[in-house]
Design a protein around this ligand. Sequence first.
Ligand SMILES: C[S@@+](CC[C@H](N)C(=O)[O-])C[C@H]1O[C@@H](n2cnc3c(N)ncnc32)[C@H](O)[C@@H]1O
Length: 243
Amino acid sequence: MPETHFDEWIAPRYATLWPELFEPDVIDPAVDFLAALAGTGDALEFGIGTGRIAVPLTRRGVRVHGIELSAAMVDQLDAYRGESHVEVTIGDFSRVGVDATFDLVYLLRNTITNLTTQDEQINAFHNAARHLGPGGHFLIENYIPNLQHLPPGQTRHVFAATPTHIGFEDYDLAAQIAYSHHYWVIEGQLKTFSSPHRYLWPAELDLMARMAGLTLHERWSTWTREPFTGESRNHISVWAKTR
Ligand SMILES: C[S@@+](CC[C@H](N)C(=O)[O-])C[C@H]1O[C@@H](n2cnc3c(N)ncnc32)[C@H](O)[C@@H]1O
């Protein structure tokens, strides 16, 4: 069973620690994109967290169900959901089933990399396909591994360096794992957060999709459909259920 790193300390501070995720120009285009893809259908979010995207999506008329490992994150969702109807199943999205089919299954913010083995990631694709009706879509938002930023012989990439936040990744290139580390000074105290990620490129995701009976439908570098190129740092990929 994968472990969650989003515990009782992190969960209530999620929006404070990653404020950029809550900017309207980050949330609104993601919700627009997902609402258009769901159409009049229902959606299932793998790793729904605090409902950052799911709650505004329900306000657009999409019924959203979530699968989430961390009860602490779901507590935050409960506090945030208001009148929104969001159901959550506690469990591992690579294995847990919900007794329903959906028009859209989606997975945001690199959360596929929280599964640290290839088998678990493949299982997540099969689990998504299992929950899709004919013609349904599976969407993943993921980053492109920062290996181009590593000088020869180095395995550490610093992505944040301010007086109150140091963040870096250590790459185990043979295992295809990046260990992400954060050191924050918050309320005068040093807090740390570390998590392992199995990073992967779009081509490996496409292969996992094919194994699960899904075919690439579209791929963009942003929610506003900018083209995906060799310079892109992120991708939004959508596969369709074809069998
Ligand atoms: C980066 S957060 C993203 C939360 C939310 N999707 C968002 O966009 O704000 C990743 C979430 O996925 C959850 N998670 C990670 N691995 C999981 C797994 N195998 N099964 C279910 N939830 C998982 C974590 O507990 C956390 O809430």
